[in-house]
Design a protein around this ligand. Sequence first.
Ligand code: 5GP
Length: 173
Amino acid sequence: MAIKEYLSEEKIKQRVEELGAEISKDYAGEEVVVVGVLNGSFIFMADLVRQMDLPVKMEFLGASSYGEGTTSSGNVKIHLDLRKDISNHHVLLVEDIVDTGNTIKALQALLSNRNAKSVKVCSFLFKPARLEQDVKIDYLAFEIEDHFVIGYGLDYAGRYRELPYVGIWSEDK
Ligand code: 5GP
């Protein structure tokens, strides 16, 4: 297998700073509950919240659709729900990547009747080539081509999440 660098650590850092500033401007003066979608978003979320100049609370949701392979199963499993009540709070859902859009759709449905003040989506990556759902991404770091990517939180069969850059994973030597 081979890993080819696709988004450098420097490029990611700069973009996350920009996003943090944009989000801080949009929510100025408001408290936000940042909800990370586990496992893939944990590194992006950790960097993003440190670039946000806002009062934030952090929560996590666990969802998975990939199993061990490199294509989405379309069958989204929610295995960890929020521990706190989000009614009357601004919620910012933080995803690692929107691919088919099935995960974000399922999570929005899960949160829809909980009376949040607002629910917005922030995704690190977006792969428009394979989109199946009508989803709105309010904040996006990078749109990417149709590659299976790893690093900066994203895995292949549980590995490579710790890479500081995003790489394209392939079976080639
Ligand atoms: P969706 O439900 O939008 O198809 O997929 C969302 C989830 O699939 C992401 O949260 C992520 O865990 C996984 N996923 C989609 N594309 C990729 C990819 O290129 N690389 C990795 N590592 N995971 C991906």
